[in-house]
Design a protein around this ligand. Sequence first.
Ligand code: SF4
Length: 153
Amino acid sequence: MNILISRCLLGFPCRYDGKSTDNERLDLFMAKYKEKHNFIGVCPEVEGGLPIPRAKSERVGDKVMSEYGEDNTEAFEAGANIAVKKAIKYNAQVAILKSKSPSCGTGIIYDGTFTSKLIPGNGVTSQKLSDIGVYVITEEDLDKIEYLLDNED
Ligand code: SF4
C-alpha cells in the first residue's frame, strides 16, 4: 500500500522552527511496515513555497495567517494541492499526518489566536485529502491502521 506521511515525521527538519519531530512509537511502526508498504513523504508548507525556518502559522477562519499577520493562505493551499496530486498519482488511500499542524493536523488544530489553545478542526492538507477520500490519521493514532496494513496483500 502507498501511504502519504508528513515529512517532518520522517526526520526531515522541515518544521517552522527548522526541526523534525521525534516519535519513538512511529519509529517502531515504520520499522515494522516499511518493507511491505511504501511511505511517501509530503511537506505541504515547504512544497507550497514557504521557507525553513518560517513564522508560525495558524488557521483563522478560511485563511492561514502567520503570527506576524502575513496571509499565507495561498502557499498552504498550493502545498495541499500538491499533496492531493501525489495521493492521486500513487493511489494513496491512507495518510499519516503530523498532529495539530495548520497543514497536517487532523481532528484538532490550534485556534488561530497563537495562545496554544486547541479546537476541533483539520489542517488545510488534511481536509483536502479527506475530501478526496483518503483516510487521514495522525502519528498519535497509528493503531487505527495496523489491522489494515497487517491484512493488505
Ligand atoms: S507542513 Fe506538515 S510535514 Fe511540513 S513541517 Fe508542517 S506538519 Fe510537518
